[in-house]
Design a protein around this ligand. Sequence first.
Ligand SMILES: C[S@@+](CC[C@H](N)C(=O)[O-])C[C@H]1O[C@@H](n2cnc3c(N)ncnc32)[C@H](O)[C@@H]1O
Length: 249
Amino acid sequence: MTTLLRDAELAAAFDHGARAYDRLVALNPGYHAHLRRSARRLGLPDRGAGLRVLDLGCGTGASTAALVSVLPKARVVGVDASEGMLERARAKRRPPGVSFVHATAEDLTTAHDLPQSAAGPYDAVFAAYLFRNLTDPDTVLRAVHRLLVPGGRLAVHDYCLGGRRRDRAVWSAVCKGVVLPLGTLTGDRDLYRHLRRSVTAFDTAPVFAERLRRAGFDRVRVLPLPGWQTGITHTFLARRPPYEPGGER
Ligand SMILES: C[S@@+](CC[C@H](N)C(=O)[O-])C[C@H]1O[C@@H](n2cnc3c(N)ncnc32)[C@H](O)[C@@H]1O
């Protein structure tokens, strides 16, 4: 069974995978459109005017581009553990309100590890294809909750199987037929074996929704995406409640 990559090992795999990442995701029908759809689902007003949004695990900036297209007036901070992925993100043309910070999601959990430029509070956090990669997703979710303003919104966009046998079979077929052969061609076999297993080993969509509630979020909703990703890729929406009995978590 493939071992999951974690922390420094995973960051190194993404450093290497950064070269081919954009070309590979361009082959995935709907990849960019689905990110934009999840960004729209945040439901933020006035194209993001006056708002601060964190793109956690921003990678080469595909999710950042989705946020900028939906929320062109927002200030967007992209954070990622892989310097190689960030180098690609920084090389792209961006509006002035966008910045990138090299930090891990785990750095969010201890204020002193977090560079000032990434410190919250945020009106919204967007995390695409991140959470199943984390050693301790619950601790990071609680940190995200703390970084949000009261009433702030979270959108998690990820491969999280719906729970039907068919969903697992489609995921397995896509990985065997497309993802692993392409990943092997680009010299990133371990990263794409990790991708396959990180999805099957992680929560199903209802279980991840419950994880969000346990971390203190309310208004948790699980929304599907169209195409082959139906039952495989979801948008999870959640909110930090505006008023919390007992105050800070
Ligand atoms: C599959 S990529 C997704 C990138 C981007 N969000 C997108 O939609 O294309 C996952 C990203 O999460 C980052 N990542 C994984 N574990 C992380 C961690 N613990 N802290 C911060 N970033 C992490 C990786 O470096 C990688 O760039």
